[in-house]
Design a protein around this ligand. Sequence first.
Ligand code: NAD
Ligand code: TYD
Length: 352
Amino acid sequence: MTILVTGGAGFIGSNFVLDWLAQSDEPVLTLDALTYAGNRENLASLAGDARHTFVHGDITDRALVDRLMAEHRPRAIVHFAAESHVDRSIHGPGAFIRTNIQGTFTLLEAARMHWQALADEAKAAFRFLHVSTDEVYGSLAPDAPAFTETHPFEPNSPYSASKAASDHLVRAWHHTYGLPVLTTNCSNNYGPYHFPEKLIPLMIVNALAGKPLPVYGDGQQIRDWLYVKDHCAAIRRVLEAGRLGETYNVGGWNEKANIDIVKTVCALLDEMQPSAEGPYARLITYVKDRPGHDRRYAIDARKLEHELGWKPAETFETGIRKTVRWVLDHPDWVQRVQSGAYRDWVATQYPA
Ligand code: NAD
Ligand code: TYD
């Protein structure tokens, strides 16, 4: 048995692969294009581990995906690979259309051909798990109930529109062809290996460098925050027992305004690594708002809890403390990501 993980060198994917192999001996085949967001160093602890195979390649490459399916015969695909940053999607939406829509289509077609040719038992056991986002549901009014799985899709950014499109494709491949799919829509993740372009890691690394902490608009936008390892546990549970064709919302029950997140990070850094210049909150700088900025996301994760018994293990207070600690304990990782040296890691680690 093998599972194919796409995007396994990214933030959530690498946490998923590491956690999977810490708990199971079932091999993992990671397929990742190593875009700016992919970092093989995240999987460095698996070097020499026969249970893990890494393939540098693109999910839009149908011939490659077909070959991998034929050679490794995965019993499941866990699909993380995506362009994931809203601000980048505003500046350059093309890559989001290509990877998130065309790439998901390519994987679905390769999975369908593979699955259709399987013998009955393997066919019944096969799964395609698509990892998506709460951003497909759009923006909530301050007092509106949290997103349930039946909330209409109202994506507002090129990123969320491309993810919504991919969710629709996954749904259609189930309804039309019977492909055994599962979809998860989760809130904002945070934790180890988070690329410092997203709010929490950016604030930590900027604060440590004495740089401004850019808060968009009035800082009152609300997100729900989910510790990445809780997300990985939810995906494992959905893969194991989710009902075919269903979607499951995954959230941390932690709605917070951005400015409060930034102040919490500053306070933890004041405690763990105080600056001689004074409290880190002095660096908070309000900047121009993101165009089309969604005001509020909130996730109702009760379906996952009631049907499959999953609940997050971390509160925001415990998760954010672990996250700040992780960054402080991994200065080399941070330095190589900031300098761009992480892109040379493969050549350094595996000289020709
Ligand atoms: P990430 O940007 O950190 O990693 C994405 C990974 O996909 C990278 O390793 C990159 O190299 C790889 N990739 C990109 N294009 C590829 C292609 N064409 N072929 C193969 N690999 C490619 O993203 P993440 O934060 O780990 O998010 C993973 C998934 O979870 C995404 O589908 C994202 O939409 C979803 N998600 C993320 C969050 C979050 O808070 N980070 C929240 C909700 C949903
Ligand atoms: P981000 O981490 O980019 O995730 P998403 O846009 O997918 O929710 O941003 C989280 C929130 O933080 C979002 O409301 C935008 C805001 N933000 C800032 O205020 N400053 C920043 O520098 C960044 C990157 C984000």
